[in-house]
Write a protein that binds this ligand. Structure first.
Ligand code: KE4
Length: 428
């Protein structure tokens, strides 16, 4: 047995499914998950010492690459001053000021400990501010595992092919309405049949939990307009896209201002951090300044803030960071597309900036139904062969590839060669 197999066997006796988050179990690719020992730059090593070029990056946080010296030094320095105080700290003020400065739609922000918490809290703030209960989400979008969001969710829920989750009472989801991504008529219909009852529309401005699905022209603008017409709030869930597509995330990249935004991943640089923020009049509703209660023992944790501040400050100050990263990634995805076209395998490649994914289907993928036409068995075979070639991709068709600043031209070329060999093998 390999080290990962031994650890997985032990883990399954005391952790549900042997993992602390379902997608890590490699269930949909039918393999033993790799137990990772360390990561540096764009590389990770498993407990056997096998080395991989990493396209997960902890599912998004590692935009500067793993073990970035600037981030590590900030964490070490902060840790020596104490791990947690349960009291206000200067770093929290600096973090809030930095995010408000980088994202113009955010006038006030609250730190929490995960993307799930950020979304759950943003929805409560939206309901408290509007006095309305219903929320529109999109089938295939994933907004964390709070009860109300586990309706036709993406990511692990979609990977497992389950409609939602056991243990969620109907009462918790009766106010969650689902529309079709990139289909404004499906949104209008819900507003017409739930007039004056909808507090907010929550959307991933780029769907990244049903594979990567881009907003069609006019989709995000249309959501903005429909929310304004119906006095509902627009919430951008930028847990993945925030600070990835641009310094001000997808809202900056596409030029649409939401009322609230949720963040995670990159703002923690690998430490557990989430946040929600937006218009002052909405955020002022949040306790202790307003009646919407939300709290957290480790919210704004000083060590986590140090990590996030280090990474975000770098992103803010390196003025050509995003142009360089996005140019590098556009070139990579263009080459990747050419390799798939040459291999004559049905595929759809969606990408924007350093986020992308290959769907094994002959359809164009603009929503979750089209994503579901994928041949997930073929994806599993592709994943396995790429892993054997030292390329660590998402162990599910319904996730994304994350490229970082640390991905070298040499490693991207190595990856493209591995794809070429893998597709030849698959076609044999
Ligand atoms: P967390 O609670 O996992 O920090 O964030 C939830 C969340 C919210 N919103 C969006 C758009 C997200 O993508 C996520 C979490 N992303 C998944 C990756 N598809 C996390 C990976 C996992 O569940 O292990």
């Amino acid at each position: 047995m390999t080290g990962s197999e031994k650890l997985f066997q032990r883990a399954k006796t005391c952790i549900p499914g042997g993992v602390n988050s379902p997608v890590r179990a490699f269930a949909s690719v039918g393999m033993t998950p790799r137990f990772i020992k360390k990561a540096i730059g764009d590389r990770i090593w498993d407990v056997e010492g096998n080395e991989y070029i990493d396209y997960i990056g902890s599912w998004g946080p590692m935009l500067l690459g793993h073990s970035n010296p600037i981030v590590l030094e900030a964490v070490e320095r902060a840790a020596r001053e104490g791990l947690s105080f349960g009291a206000a700290t200067e770093r929290e003020v600096q973090m809030a000021e930095l995010i408000c400065d980088m994202v113009s739609s955010v006038e006030m922000i609250r730190m929490v400990n995960s993307g799930t918490e950020a979304v759950m809290s943003a929805i409560r703030a939206a309901r408290g501010y509007t006095g309305k209960d219903k929320i529109i989400k999109f089938s295939g979008c994933y907004h964390g595992h709070s009860d109300a969001m586990l309706v036709k969710a993406g990511s692990g829920v979609m990977t497992q092919g389950i409609p939602g989750s056991a243990g969620v009472p109907a009462g918790c989801t009766k106010d969650t309405l689902t529309a079709v991504y990139n289909d404004l008529d499906s949104v209008r219909l819900l507003f017409e049949s739930n007039r004056d009852e909808i507090a907010a529309v929550i959307v991933e401005p780029v769907g990244a939990n049903m594979g990567v699905v881009l907003p069609t022209d006019g989709f995000l603008e249309g959501l903005r307009r429909i929310c304004d017409e119906n006095e509902a709030l627009l919430i951008f869930d930028e847990v993945i896209t925030g600070f990835r597509l641009a310094p001000d995330g997808a809202q900056g990249y596409y030029g649409i201002q939401p009322d609230l935004t949720t963040f995670g991943k990159i703002i923690g640089a690998g430490m557990p951090v989430g946040a929600y923020g937006g218009k002052r009049e909405i955020m002022s509703m949040v306790a202790p300044s307003g009646p919407v209660y939300q709290a957290g023992t480790l919210s704004g944790n000083p060590v986590a803030m140090a990590a996030g501040l280090a990474q975000l400050s770098y992103l803010k100050n390196d003025t050509d960071f995003y142009d360089k990263l996005n140019r590098k990634c556009d070139k990579f995805f263009k080459s990747l597309k050419a390799i798939f076209e040459k291999a004559d395998i049905p595929f759809c490649l969606n990408h924007v900036g350093s986020l992308g994914c290959v769907f094994f289907t002959d359809k164009d993928v603009y929503n979750d139904a089209e994503a579901h036409t994928c041949d997930t068995a073929k994806y599993a075979s592709y994943f396995k062969k790429m892993l054997e070639r030292g390329i660590y991709l998402a162990p599910s068709q319904f996730e994304a590839m994350f490229i970082s600043q640390a991905h070298t031209e040499e490693d991207l070329q190595t990856t493209l060669r591995a794809v070429e060999h893998t597709l030849t093998e698959m076609n044999a």
